[in-house]
Write a protein that binds this ligand. Structure first.
Ligand SMILES: O=C(O)CCC(=O)C(=O)O
Ligand SMILES: [Fe+2]
Length: 341
């Protein structure tokens, strides 16, 4: 089976028609990138942000997790757990309770990178990319002037309110974490945030429908996130994998915890002291999986450079970095590795 070029395909529709059979050829990964069914499940380092903690110990744990993994869980993070479940439930309701026709009213512009709304194919100029077994809904949430709730689903009745509240909480948590990450390197608290400038925040709900051949496909191909820091929540299905010492490991989902993922601009700013995490998502034969990723990125007009000397990365205009990423595709860390001096 082939998917015709140019059609606004949604994976959820394919999943319904291909039930118990085969996936279209464009979704079949080459043997070297197919998921290994024997991958081990690990628990990421879990760090409590409780205000009762000794701050030196907290900075030490953050430093170790950033250096060893580039990704970790935070607990006692202060974000109301009901808000996390409302965000997941509302996201799921968009994908599962609305008819395709209704969902298509929110379709993103397939010709624009990172366009807001409902989509599937990540925009990469080359046509030979293997497609991800994923649909998504992207919300533009910060700066607040980018918020246009009329582009977000209007049901359940609290959908838009929940997104706005979730955005505010994730923004505050991202700021707090970047302060701790700066301090863990002996830098002034505001150092990384100042080097990144005002945050552009996008919230992407990813929906991975059941995949009849999970051993052949990926929900989301291997990549590191482009911006500064990503905060991710997921459901109990599991499927996020992180590359650790050259091996893929599956992150055991921890309910109410938030996954922190260091992204490429934090690697540049910290001059490679902390590297961005390479990650991907696998699919599941029986259950649909949902995750919500909140990206915090610099403005396109911001030039990013290392704050530690001598620099090991070339400075880069963030807008140029994004264009390159969308032209070439993610392919692990190829784009950031090209900046190394
Ligand atoms: O669904 C996941 O667990 C990963 C999502 C992700 O990495 C992304 O949206 O950039
Ligand atoms: Fe990601």
């Amino acid at each position: 089976m082939e998917v015709a070029a140019g059609e606004p395909v949604r994976v959820q529709t394919l999943s319904q028609i291909t039930k118990a059979s085969r996936i279209p050829s464009q979704y079949i990964q080459p043997p070297e990138t197919r998921p290994d069914p024997h991958t081990s499940q690990i628990t990421l380092p879990s760090i409590s942000l409780s205000s009762h903690r000794d701050s030196a110990a907290l900075r030490r744990e953050i430093g170790e997790a950033c250096r060893d993994w580039g990704a970790f869980h935070v607990i006692d993070h202060g974000v109301p757990v009901n808000l996390l479940s409302d965000m997941r439930n509302n996201g799921r309701s968009f994908f599962e309770d609305k008819e395709l026709e209704e969902k298509m009213k929110y379709s993103c512009d397939p010709n624009l990178p990172a366009s807001e709304g409902y989509g599937s194919r990540m925009l990469v100029e080359s046509n030979d990319t293997v497609l991800d077994w994923r649909d998504y809904f992207d919300h533009h949430t910060m700066p607040v002037s980018r918020r246009n709730p009329s582009k977000w689903p209007d049901s359940p009745s609290n959908y838009r309110e929940v997104v706005a509240e979730y955005s505010d909480h994730m923004h505050a948590l991202a700021q707090k974490l970047l302060c701790l990450i700066s301090e863990s390197l002996g830098l002034p608290s505001s150092c990384i945030e100042e080097a990144a400038g005002e945050f552009y925040q996008n919230i992407t709900v990813s929906y991975y429908p059941p995949c009849p051949q999970p051993e052949l496909a990926l929900g989301l191909q291997s990549h590191s996130d482009m911006g500064a820091i990503t905060l991710l929540i997921q459901d109990d299905v599991g499927g996020l994998q992180v590359l650790k010492d050259g091996e893929w490991v599956t992150v055991h989902p921890v309910s109410d915890a938030i996954v922190v993922i260091l992204a490429d601009q934090t690697e540049v700013i910290t001059n490679g002291q902390y590297r961005s995490a390479i990650h991907r998502a696998i699919t599941n034969a029986n259950r649909a999986r949902l995750s919500v990723a909140t990206f915090h990125d610099p403005a396109k007009t911001k030039t990013i450079s290392p704050v530690i000397h001598p620099p090991r990365y070339k400075q880069v205009l963030y807008g140029d970095y994004v264009s390159l990423w969308y032209t070439k595709g993610p392919d692990g860390k190829r784009n950031i590795d090209a900046l190394q001096i």
